[in-house]
Design a protein around this ligand. Structure first.
Ligand SMILES: [Zn+2]
Length: 345
């Protein structure tokens, strides 16, 4: 949930959504989390590729005690071995990072996030409903987090019923405080009767955190009406800042177990019975993220004159055009897929 994400949202900066003075405290929380998660490393489970089930992979990076592999057939990058669903539940229940975000970073950056990220996000979901003739009666957000999406959606008055699923207790309480109908449970345990299914199911920056993305997508599909719309966003493992910075990228962390490519996530959804309608990478921050790592002295571009020219020497005239090129050509690290539930379960 800490990734860049926006659509047609105008400009904003990393500083606005992750204020530097708060990032220091967050780093401490993050390190405590990593240490706690690693106490259960012996219990981690080896898995095949989360997108295509291929068993063949090669080692990609090692970071903070976690091993990242790349699938030989679909190029999805994934943490292997990985924490089991039970360990993940135990981990997120008391995550210091999540508590810190809920207490400090979300409140401090909420206005910018609402204006630049959530309002455009909500408008886009409504736009896709209209474009594909999807009913606008009920919508479910899986991983409602701080509740901003549901809150903004409620204020639009477009859907009769808006529900959020949020398993983390502090965040679920924040949602309730905002007047959002929230189910405090992992999505796997959620069931609805046939007449209570949703016209739209959305999830933003959730799937990369999960032990089994396939099971998650199957479960989301079960909660959707026939022809219902599924909107998913997550990191693109082939995105500019991840390809460029490799494990230096902040997106590569212990919380993110899965880094799909536009193609591998397409295949996973199709395999499960969705029809993919659109694939986009609307991220706005890739170039700036790489630039910031250069300016902070973490990433050296002295041997890469092209990157030095675009990201440093001629940033003012070229930076935003370069970012636009990245976003428009499926090269950004923020991936969106819009799909429709075409098959019966
Ligand atoms: Zn694969």
């Amino acid at each position: 949930m800490t990734n860049q994400n926006s659509r047609k949202s105008g400009s904003f900066t990393e500083q606005q959504i992750r204020p530097a003075e708060l990032v220091k405290g967050q780093k401490i929380a993050l390190l405590a989390d990593i240490e706690r998660l690693l106490t259960r490393r012996e219990e981690f489970i080896a898995v095949p590729c989360p997108a295509c089930k291929c068993e063949k992979s090669s080692s990609k990076y090692e970071k903070s005690g976690f091993n990242y592999e790349e699938c030989e057939s679909c190029q999805t990058i994934y943490v292997n071995p990985r924490p089991s669903p039970d360990i993940l539940e135990w981990f997120y229940r008391d995550s210091e990072n999540y508590t810190y975000w809920n207490k400090f970073i979300f409140p401090a950056s909420e206005k910018v996030r609402r204006d630049k990220i959530f309002i455009p996000r909500v408008e886009n979901v409504i736009k896709y409903c209209d474009k594909y003739n999807v009913n606008r009666d009920s919508i479910l957000e899986v991983g409602a987090g701080f509740g901003t999406f549901c809150e903004v959606m409620q204020s639009m008055g477009v859907f009769r019923r808006i529900v959020g699923i949020e398993p983390t207790p502090d965040l679920a309480q924040t949602c309730r405080d905002k007047g959002i109908e929230v189910i405090e449970s992992p999505v796997e345990n959620v069931n609805f009767e046939a007449d209570q299914l949703f016209d739209v199911v959305v999830n933003f920056e959730v799937i990369e955190h999960l032990f089994s993305p396939r099971d998650f997508v199957i479960q989301c599909k079960r909660l959707l009406t026939k022809n219902g719309l599924f909107v998913i966003s997550c990191p693109n493992g082939q995105g500019f800042d991840i390809i460029t910075l490799k494990k230096l990228s902040k997106t590569i962390d212990h919380e993110h177990l899965n880094y799909f490519t536009p193609q591998s996530l397409n295949s996973l959804l199709t395999d499960i019975g969705f029809e993919v309608l659109e694939t986009l990478t609307p991220g706005r921050l890739d170039a700036e993220l790489v630039r910031n790592e250069i300016l902070e002295g973490h990433f050296n571009v002295s041997g890469q004159p092209f990157l030095k020219k675009v990201l440093i020497d001629e940033w003012d005239p070229l930076g935003s055009k370069f970012q636009q090129f990245i976003s428009e050509n499926l090269l950004s690290s923020n991936l969106w897929i819009i799909a429709q539930n075409k098959s019966e379960i």
